[in-house]
Write a protein that binds this ligand. Structure first.
Ligand code: SAH
Length: 215
């Protein structure tokens, strides 16, 4: 998986490659997909959700430039695999899942594997986790149609946000968002296909970020 799906596609960060070698991906997929756990594809994890393709996990983790002592927020715990990758690098991980059954299962697996410093809660990640902010990085693994403003507000000074955004035509782009010299800088990292971001209340209204609309 690491050699063919990651290194051959230019994922070179040794911390990321090491973590992806170490974390047993088969523990995060349902029994009937165990044999396919290391395939070059996303897989269903129940509740209409998916565990991302290994390459996408590698790419998003590399874009975050994870520091082993850093503090990171994930929106969309899903299977828990992405959180385990961040934890395997040594980071503290705060992860939010809107579907309680899915998040509870994920935290069970993460505990069984002994990853410390992973903090889970059920809820709507649209609003982030303000009590624990600021974060060195935030990774969103479901696609909203704009950048939730709360996530920008909860980033540390040099923090990075990695997020798929769905446009009005339905296609999605992966963005790296960083604050540099007081300005938001967005870098396009290509087309992706994530499950939709579930909106629990309202449509964001006035809290919609102007950033994405200014591209
Ligand atoms: N990072 C996951 C990928 C999970 S798929 C993994 O490694 O397996 C995306 C997840 O985002 C789904 O479980 C979905 O329920 C969750 N999600 C969607 N909208 C959300 C929201 N508003 N807040 C929190 N989680 C959300």
């Amino acid at each position: 998986m690491v050699k063919i799906q990651l290194r051959a596609r230019k994922i070179y960060d040794s911390k990321v490659l090491k973590a992806m070698r170490a974390v047993p991906r088969h523990m995060f997929v349902p029994l009937k997909y165990k044999e396919n756990a290391y395939d070059d594809t996303p897989l269903p994890i129940g509740y209409g959700q998916t565990i991302s393709q290994p390459y996408i996990v590698g790419l998003m983790t590399e874009l975050l430039q994870v520091r082993p002592e850093g503090k990171y927020l994930e929106i969309g715990t899903g299977s828990g695999y992405q959180a385990a990758i961040l934890a395997a690098i040594g980071a503290s991980v705060y992860t939010i899942e809107i579907i309680p059954e899915s998040g509870n299962q994920a935290s069970k697996v993460i505990n069984e594997l002994g990853y410390k410093k992973v903090y889970y809660r059920t809820g709507d990640g649209y609003y982030g986790w303000s009590e624990e902010s600021p974060f060195d990085g935030i990774i969103v693994t479901a696609a909203p149609d704009h950048i939730p403003k709360a996530l920008l507000e909860q980033l540390s000074d040099q923090g990075k946000l990695v997020i798929p955004i769905r446009n009005s035509a339905g296609s999605q782009t992966l963005w790296l968002v960083e604050k540099r010299s007081g300005k938001w800088v967005l870098v396009n990292h290509g087309s992706v296909a994530f499950v939709p971001f579930i909106v629990s209340g309202g449509d964001g209204g006035e809290s919609k970020s102007p950033v994405i609309h200014n591209i």
